[in-house]
Design a protein around this ligand. Sequence first.
Ligand code: ADP
Ligand code: MG
Length: 330
Amino acid sequence: ESVVNRIAAGEVIQRPVSAVKEVIENSLDASSTSINVIIKDGGLKLIQVSDDGHGIRYEDLSILCERHTTSKLSVYEDLQSIKSMGFRGEALASMTYVAHVTVTTITAGQLHGYRVSYRDGVMENEPKACAAVKGTQIQIENLFYNMMARRKTLHNSSDDYAKIVDLICRFAVHHINVSFSCRKHGAARADVHTVSTSSRIDAIKSIYGASVSRDLMEVTASENDSSSLIFNMHGYISNSNYIAKKMTMVLFINDRLVECSALKRAIEVVYTATLPKAAKPFVYMSIILPPEHVDVNVHPTKREVSLLNQEKIVETIQTTVDSKLRCSNS
Ligand code: ADP
Ligand code: MG
C-alpha cells in the first residue's frame, strides 16, 4: 500500500515548486498577511514556509495528513473545491509519503504551540508543546528521499530554486496585501521580498522592476448574460516600451493561480501582430467568474483550466487587449 501511496504522491508533488505552491495556498487560505519561504538545495533538502495565519487546532493535528477524499471525485466536490484554494485535501498527505513533514503551529489565544512530524500519512509522535509565534510553519525535508529516480531528474537545484522564486513573484502580484519573502537557507539576503501595498502597480514594480511597471496599461472587460455574470476581468499589460525575452503571464481565476494556454496564446498573437518589436509582453490578469464555470483538470498538478464560454471570453479579452495596444501605439 505504501508503494501505491508513494507513486500517487509523486504525481501530486512533481517537483519542489509543486510542494511550495500547495503550502503557500494553505497559508493564504489561513488568512496570512506574511509568508516567508526558506529553500535549501532547490527544495530537495528543505522547504520551509512560515505564515502568520490562523494556525491549526490541536484536535486537527492527528488527521491533518490523512487523505480526505478518494481518487474518484464526485462532480459536486469538484465544483465546490474551486471555491477555496484547496484542491482535494491531499496535498499535505501526499507530501508525507515522499518527504519528512514537520508542522509547528499555534492558534489564537494559546500560550504555546505544537510541533509534530508526519511520515506516510500519520503522526510520528504525539504533538509536542513548544514556543511559537502566530501562525504555522511547515517544514518539508528530504523531498523524494524514497524516489531515487525522481531525485536524479532534479539534479539542477538552481533551476528548481528559480521556479520557486518565479512562483512566489506571481503570488505576490495578486496578493498585494500579503508580504512574501523567499531566500536560500543561510543567505542573508532574500531573493524576493515584498511589502504589503494597496497599489498593484507598486507591487509589480517592486517584483518585476521599473522597466515592466513604467508603462503598464490597465485593462478591464466584463460580460453578463441577462443579469448573470459570465466573467469579469481586471489586469495590467505592458506596452511597446517593454521588451523581454519571453512572455510573462500571471493569471488568477477566482483568486487561484492557474494556466489557460488558449488565453495566453490569444494575447501573444495580438502583441506579435501589433508590436512586432515588443512581442513578449508582461500580462497580469485576474478573472472572476461563477465557480461552477471553471473546470480544473482532474490531474492535481495541472493548473490548466478550461472555462465555460471559453471561446467567447478569450475573444472578448483579446479584443480588449488589441484595442488597448492600438491606442497606445498611435
Ligand atoms: P486542502 O488545502 O485541500 O484542505 P491540504 O492537504 O493542502 O488540503 O491541507 C489540509 C488542511 O491542513 C487544510 O484544509 C487546513 O485545514 C490545514 N492547514 C494546512 N496548512 C495550513 C496553514 N498554513 N495554516 C492553517 N491551516 C493549515
Ligand atoms: Mg491545500
